[in-house]
Design a binder for this molecule. Sequence first.
Ligand code: BES
Ligand code: MN
Ligand code: ZN
Length: 503
Amino acid sequence: MKFHINYLSIEKLKNECLIVGVFEDKKLPFSTKQLDEISQGYINKFIMSGELNGRINQSLLLYHVPYVFSERVLLIGCGKESEFDERNYRKVIFNSIKILKNTSATEAVCFLNDLYVKNRNMYWKIRVAVEVIDSALYDFSILKNEQKKENIVLHNMFFNIYKKSEMISGEVAIKHGFIINQGIKIAKDLANLPPNICTPSYLEIKSQNLVKKNNKKIIIEIIDEITLKNLGMNAYLYVGKGSKNKPCMSVIKYNGSYDKASKPIVLIGKGVTFDSGGISIKSSRSMDEMKYDMSGASVVYGLMHIVSQLKLPLNVVGILACCENMPGGNAYRPGDIVTTMSKKTVEILDTDAEGRLILCDVLTYVERFNPSIVIDIATLTGACVVALGHYVSGLFSNDDLLANDISLAGELTNDKVWRLPIFREYYSDLDSNFADIANIGCRSAGAITAACFLSNFTKKYIWAHIDIAGTSWKSGKEKGSTGRPILLLSQFLLNKSGLNLNN
Ligand code: BES
Ligand code: MN
Ligand code: ZN
């Protein structure tokens, strides 16, 4: 899909489809009123007759409206004007695409971005529209012999602006939205791949390809099994011991800062390409979904694509911490005690609490980069899903400013997080009789004790942990990766680059 700005007045427009809004209180937004005048009251007739009452999920597709040069006019219900907000804005954009998908229109001009949304400017409205449209059109059927029948012919979407002064911010919104969508698509594709294809070495090859596409700006270091051993990253290594697929950590370094020596932002993604639970094996129900346990790594990969394409003036190190958690004759066991890279010893009481074992070594490893900020993204705990459900991700941090910056980026993009505490009181849950700490706590507050476990290894820098267990994929009929929290984190990085154009 290609996106463009339209700055031609509505009466002169000749397009395959015009998308305009109708409010529930029979009030017409500016562009709809204009169309009604041009067509000598043709549009209002449908509203007065009750054919369309403007409710949020209603719509009416008209063909050959009198005196209008464009072939179709799509009237989209926007609900009550007084209630029109960000949520409804996203909804009306989504609804119009749902309808356009089933027409033969190859292009359309959208006027919905003219609608007033409190505290949001044209940049925000166009970027959101671009993101909503692309995600509505996403599908993953490359492994089906019969590709999805829906042949989407819609290829060009124009967003109308009335003020010339909005031209530049509109164009930038399209550029940002387009690149961020690419990153999201790449990440979703990786996460949706089956675990027999998307193995740690598959993700290594993908990372190498990122370098080839971005020569010079990105360099990469591959930490294979032997190097992990030499570095003393035993906790990480242990998790992968039961699998034939060897662990592999890709360290992707992007240098975009004008100041070469500026401290990097480090992003770490949990990349367990399949989490069977290991010897503490999971129940078989929905176990297929544990292919999504590498979602954090797919997010970091997508983000590295985005930062390099946007050429952000930052130094960013992205780490895909990949391995597979399987049972087997060589697998690690409950009761094993392992010495981590930090020299702290950990008693493994549950081999299914593997994410924190991988991450704790990576969190020690990244000290060498002298990072300004470290953020890890992980499908870490089922407990986080119990606590927060599927709408928001769990946020933990040892720094209030960083936590606020992340929360704000989440609100701007509707890719929300909610902060949970890592108070000292919880630490004793991880006491072990035989090692420095245990890898699990008691049953309660599982998302928090997991974060407490990690925070033992993050004392030397500013750090945040995002638990995406509830947000990174959908189950049931809509099963599939969401690409979250790429929207949040790309906004966070844009903000850090001084490129927050939302206000
Ligand atoms: N990858 C899982 C967490 C998970 C579970 C994410 C369900 C999404 C849905 C993680 O490795 C895990 O198994 N965590 C355990 C920890 C427990 C053993 C302390 C969990 O949450 O059950
Ligand atoms: Mn697990
Ligand atoms: Zn896991």
